[in-house]
Design a protein around this ligand. Structure first.
Ligand code: 5GP
Ligand code: ZN
Length: 136
């Protein structure tokens, strides 16, 4: 546990919070400033800053848990959709530097927007980029 990390303290019960799920590896809490009703955060109990440092086994478990909780939230809240959001680094919007996955239930009239400005690369640019970043 990192003594300077708020999510370490929340995930490990040093600070009280509204927790909706817990197992050996994760605590899942209600976001204090939710985008919508039911906005939750999946927190590993161990401190890892972001997806780049999260061990593979824990990464797999985190995303399987995200799927299971998404189904549960959909059933319980009857939401119309759900965003799974996960920010890494300040530039990407991360503000708490303890890995977490946002589950954001969406409602037709929620007035929220999670998105980006679509780009317009040429076919050549996309093909060159594919060569640059392909993994196999
Ligand atoms: P990030 O921007 O790092 O992806 O998301 C951080 C999230 O943590 C934000 O949605 C913010 O509302 C939430 N948050 C920050 N501090 C606390 C806290 O002390 N308690 C809870 N429950 N949520 C927090
Ligand atoms: Zn931490």
């Amino acid at each position: 546990m990192n003594d300077n990390c708020i999510f370490c303290k929340i995930a490990n019960h040093v600070f009280d919070t509204n927790m909706i799920y817990e197992d050996d590896d994760f605590s899942v809490i209600l976001d204090a400033n939710p985008a919508t009703k039911g906005h939750c955060l999946i927190l590993p109990k161990e401190h890892y800053e972001n997806v780049f440092t999260l061990p593979e086994e824990l990464t797999a478990k985190a995303f399987v848990l995200a799927k299971k909780l998404s189904a549960s939230l959909k059933e319980k809240l009857s939401c119309d959709g759900l965003n799974i959001v996960q920010n890494n680094g300040e530039t990407a919007g991360q503000t708490v530097f303890h890995f977490h996955i946002h589950l954001i239930p969406r409602y037709n009239d929620d007035g929220q927007k999670i998105g980006w400005k679509p780009g317009k690369p040429s076919d050549e640019e996309l093909a060159a980029l594919k060569e640059e970043i392909r993994m196999n």
